[in-house]
Design a protein around this ligand. Sequence first.
Ligand code: G3P
Ligand code: MG
Length: 252
Amino acid sequence: MTLQPWPSQWPYPLWIAHRGGGSAAPENTLAAIRTGATAGFGMVEFDVMLSRDDVPLLIHDETLERTTDGVGEVSAHSARALLQLDAGRWHGPAFAGERIPTLDQALDCLLALDIIANIEIKPATGFERRTGEVVAHAVAARWPAGVRPPLLSSFSMDALEAAREAVPDLPRGLLFERLPEDWAARVRAHGALSVHCDQSALDVQQLRAVREAGLPLLCYTVNDAARARELIAAGVAGLFTDTLDLPQRCAT
Ligand code: G3P
Ligand code: MG
C-alpha cells in the first residue's frame, strides 16, 4: 500500500469517536462502536490488549476493575474467562450484559457498519512486541483486500515496530502524550503515516509545523467546541472526541 503525502490522499475522516462511542456507551465494547456509528461517525478509536492466551481484546486498562466486574490483571486471564465478564453495567443498567469484544468481533462490526477504526495497540507491560505482532496479524487475516485498512497506533514503539515487521503495509501512527522535539526523525525512522498527540499539551504552532511538514496530526481527546474549531483552523487531520454531538456543534 502506497499513500501519497497528506492532504492529497489522507484517507480517514476528521472526527473519530474515542473508545468506540465516547462517553455515550461503555468504552471499548461493540455497543460503543454501534453508538459511534449511529451518531454519524465514520471512524472510531479503540484500545486492544492481549489475554493470557494471546487473544487480542478491546480494553483500555491493564486491570479489570474499572470497566468490568472482574478483578486483577487482564494479562493474567484467559480469553475464555475475560469474555464472560460484564463490561457494560459500570456505565449504566441499559448496558448490563455487554461483553469485552475480541478484536475479530470488533473488525466484523466495523465491516458490517461500513466504518473504519484507529486501533490503538495498548500492550500490558512486558507484552509490547507480542501485542503489536498479534494485532497486526489479526487485522491482516480478517480485513478484506482492497478495503481501506484500519490505522494502527501505539504509545509503545516496541509494539509498533513489531506490528511493522509482522505486516509492513498496515498504516501506523506514532502516539505521544507530548509531541517530542524529534518527532520528524521518529516518523521517518519508523515509516509512520501520522502523528497522534494529546491536545492538552499541544500548541497551535506545533500543529502547524507538523502540518507544514506534510504529516497528518490527530489530537485526543477534544471535547470542547472552541478548541476543536481552533485545531481545525490550524489544519488538524483528526479529532478524537468523547462528545458525540461535537461535530454538529462545530459545523454551525
Ligand atoms: O489513541 C488516542 C487516545 O485513545 C490515547 O489515550 O488513554 O484514551 O487510550 P487513551
Ligand atoms: Mg486509546
